[in-house]
Design a protein around this ligand. Structure first.
Ligand SMILES: Nc1ncnc2c1ncn2[C@@H]1O[C@H](COP(=O)(O)OP(=O)(O)OP(=O)(O)O)[C@@H](O)[C@H]1O
Length: 314
């Protein structure tokens, strides 16, 4: 498989008092044709990493190769091969959708027609509308159209669906799937775990400027110890809580997490873990305020790895 992106030992320290070590020795390989997700909480270093790869920011140290090319050596060629939709792409309110896409098309030596780009993000009906008259979702799709119009081999989408309603998010997912369907490489950052699970072939979980886990969503979920999660809420009046050791000793339980009255177990076989859990709770005289079982998600992966929720402070 050819590499779309190769990053080694990336470091970015912002000058401040004290200096901010936003990226601390990050390695990354993105394969051609895959949809790759960078996940992590606010401040993890995702945007900084992307902006260095996109050539918008200089690294403090490290190597970056994009499509076999390097910033500083092949800039014009690189700019023609990548498309970027920034977290908040600034578009002029005084231009229409069509004028905006036409303007961005003029930045590229080759590409698709503005009409085709507008069609790919389903904005035909809005092509004569001014940017300030668009909804949030339409604006985001326009931002993606401006990134698509140069027919890039590699497309960067920084939090493409943040703040959008569910319907607009799904529309953008379809747009992203279609881009991938054309064999293009997509790198996206997101706070939304369902988005990453649905769209990404592989994801890297970034925390404190480093990759702390990498793999397909299914691999990462399997790695946290089981595909099934049992969430149980103890009634606060419960006299004696089961101990951590008792919970981890239940059949097929791989991990135990306790946050206040919420206990979360990951279990390989819930049909074996659950009856034993209920017996244990009965023996402790514990009252249940709630009990649910569900499939493990990337959010569980992140909490297991870092002890924090991905959307903390989001
Ligand atoms: N220009 C800057 N000067 C100083 N510190 C900065 C600058 N830009 C970002 N940082 C800091 O670097 C760290 C990483 O920020 P970055 O935006 O890369 O994280 P992120 O993972 O993309 O977060 P978010 O999800 O909020 O966009 C943060 O602590 C941030 O405050």
């Amino acid at each position: 498989m050819t590499q779309a992106i190769r990053v080694r030992g990336l470091v970015k320290t912002y000058p401040a008092k004290p200096p901010v070590e936003a990226v601390r020795g990050l390695d990354l390989d993105v394969h051609s044709g895959e949809c790759f997700g960078l996940l992590g909480p606010n401040g993890a270093g995702k945007t900084t990493t992307l902006e260095i790869i996109e050539g918008l920011l200089d690294p403090t140290a490290g190597e970056v190769e994009i499509l076999g090319l390097k910033w500083g050596q092949n800039d014009t060629e690189l700019r023609n091969k990548i498309g970027i939709s920034l977290q908040e792409t600034r578009l002029s309110d005084k231009l229409t959708v069509r004028e905006t896409v036409t303007l961005f098309r003029s930045f590229y030596a080759a590409g698709i027609t503005p009409d085709e780009a507008i069609g790919r993000v389903s904005l035909e009906e809005k092509q004569h509308a001014y940017v300030d008259k668009l909804s949030g979702g339409q604006r985001q799709r326009l931002a993606v159209a401006t990134a698509l119009v140069g027919d890039p081999e590699l497309l960067f989408l920084d939090e493409p669906t943040t703040g959008l309603d569910p319907q607009s998010r799904r529309q953008l997912w379809d747009v992203i799937r279609a881009i991938k369907g054309r064999g293009r490489t997509v790198v996206l950052t997101t706070h939304y775990m369902d988005e990453a699970e649905r769209l990404c072939d592989r994801v890297a979980v970034v925390d404190h400027g480093q990759v702390i886990a990498l793999g397909t969503p299914a691999e990462l979920i399997a790695r946290v110890g089981g595909e099934h999660v049992i969430d149980l809420d103890l009634d606060p009046t419960t006299p004696t809580r089961p101990t951590h050791g008792e919970l981890s000793g239940l059949p097929t339980v791989n991990a135990v997490r306790e946050e206040g009255d919420r206990i979360t177990l990951t279990a390989g076989e819930p049909h074996r873990a659950l009856p034993a859990l209920l017996d244990l709770l009965r023996a402790r005289g514990a009252k249940l305020a709630g009990l649910t079982t569900r499939t493990a998600t990337l959010e569980d992966v992140f909490v297991t790895l870092t002890g924090r929720h991905l959307r903390d402070g989001a």
